[in-house]
Ligand binder design. Structure first.
Ligand code: PMP
Length: 436
């Protein structure tokens, strides 16, 4: 590692001031000082292509978002116990992207808060507490939602009211058969966990999932794959929560929301990250009867959620997405990128599988295509080598061997070419690990 003195000093101060459990990216973390569009700069003036960050959804330091924040912050910022059109105009516009039944919202500051509220809504409606999640995901950091996430240290805090079903994996499907047979097995697992909860003191209140399973290495699932699981949850009287923090806001290219791509209808949708381009905004969108049941059970108030500055920033993101046709851009550039990855797969044995939709795509790296043994350590080396070449991406999934490429939405074909030209060279030059 050849860290500069300044970077080493920042690392030391982080350890001292922020505590030991605060992770950084890369063996040699980057000291970023500036961003613009799909680019980041470090303290030495070096430029990086950002193929990873989904929070600056419409581009780093997007001028329209910056201007909206500045304009509203210099006019008024206040909590939501006063009348203000900002939150109403925004919720009206946001809910217009959903099915008519999802017409009402609670604004929050984070995705974690949104998921926390969604669980409380499910309890308010069903009178039960049991939750089912997929087993390799992340839904946030409050006490309640951290129990659904695999970042929990095993044995410390997962409550008995939480049960897990195996996250779908199209490359290594349950029962080894893919497609709809896999979907039926997934639904069967869900039914088993529902039954176990119903027999317990908790009962079954909610099934929470990312409808694109993005943190779980975004398996390739045909439209309708989730239908049997949704039917099973509904039949048992539970609510379905779609966590759209990752796939929402047009990222998938074909649909504005992940559940729309799957062709299924959740009862509650949660969102955050890309919503206001880095300004902390999240939301829960649901049906009027569900929000009414929640409001009856809890006197919910959020000091910062839905404040005029946050709503102005979030509205500017929707304006940018629309005026610059960024979902269409995700569709065309994403299709081009996926093809380039498929071409690389022809050349490089390490690429076992290529998946993605719109501007989230990646390749699963394996030590052997026959056994599909995950190339976890190789993926880590590759990501670090790409960083040295000025390309920012990461890895994810159960085995951390899936390249995670999820750039800001203005990502272009030229940007994709730069990324894949480097990736091609790294795949050709980085020595492969031996299979075990
Ligand atoms: N849900 C998902 C799917 C996420 O990926 C994240 C954040 N990575 C969250 C919820 C939590 O969002 P936040 O960090 O804004 O609380």
């Amino acid at each position: 590692m050849t860290l500069s003195a300044k970077s080493q000093d920042l690392l030391d101060r982080r350890a001292k001031l922020l505590g030991p459990n605060v992770s950084t990216f890369y063996d040699e973390p980057i000291h970023v000082v500036k961003g613009e569009g799909v680019w980041l700069w470090d303290a030495d003036g070096r430029k990086y292509l950002d193929c990873y960050n989904n929070v600056p959804h419409v581009g780093h330091c997007n001028p329209r978002v910056v201007e909206a924040i500045h304009r509203q912050a210099s006019t008024l910022n206040v909590h939501t116990r006063y009348l203000h059109e900002g939150i109403l105009d925004y919720v009206e516009r946001l809910t217009s992207t959903f099915d008519d039944s999802l017409s009402t919202a609670i604004m929050t500051c984070t995705g974690s808060e949104a998921n926390d509220i969604a669980l409380r809504m499910a309890t308010a409606v069903t009178g039960k507490r049991g939750v089912i999640a997929t087993d390799a995901t992340y839904h946030g950091n409050t006490t309640a939602v951290s129990q659904l996430s695999r970042s929990n240290v095993p044995g410390t805090g997962i409550g008995d009211h939480v049960r897990f079903v195996p996250a779908p994996d199209s490359y290594r499907p349950l029962g080894s058969e893919g497609g709809m047979a896999h979907a039926e097995l997934f639904a069967e697992k869900l039914r088993e966990e529902i039954e176990a909860l119903e027999k317990s003191e908790y009962g079954f209140s909610a099934f929470i999932l990312c409808p694109f399973f993005l943190n779980e290495a975004f398996p390739d699932l045909p439209q309708g794959w989730l239908k049997s699981a949704f039917d099973a949850a509904r039949k048992a009287g539970g609510l379905i929560i779609c966590d759209e923090v990752q796939p929402g806001f047009g990222r998938l290219g074909s649909h504005f929301w992940g559940h729309q791509k799957q062709g299924v209808m959740p009862d509650i949708v949660t969102m955050g990250k890309p919503m206001a381009n880095g300004h902390p905004v999240g939301a829960v969108v649901t049906q009027t009867d569900i929000i009414a049941a929640f409001r009856k059970s809890f006197r919910y108030f959020n000091t910062f959620g839905g404040n005029p500055v946050s709503c102005a920033a979030a509205m500017a993101v929707l304006d940018e997405l629309q005026d610059r046709s960024l979902m269409d851009n995700a569709h065309t550039v994403g299709a081009y990128a996926k093809q380039r990855l498929l071409d690389l797969q022809e050349k490089h044995e390490q690429i076992g599988d290529v998946r993605g939709s719109g501007l989230v795509f990646g390749a699963e790296l394996v030590l052997d295509r026959g056994t599909k043994e995950p190339a976890t350590s190789y993926a880590n080396k590759l990501v670090n080598e790409m960083r040295q070449r000025g390309i920012i991406l990461s890895k994810l999934g159960r085995h951390y061997n899936m390249l995670k490429i999820r750039p800001p939405m203005p990502f272009s074909r030229e940007n994709a070419d730069l990324l894949f030209d480097h990736l091609d060279e790294v795949l050709a030059s980085l020595p492969m690990d031996a299979p075990s």
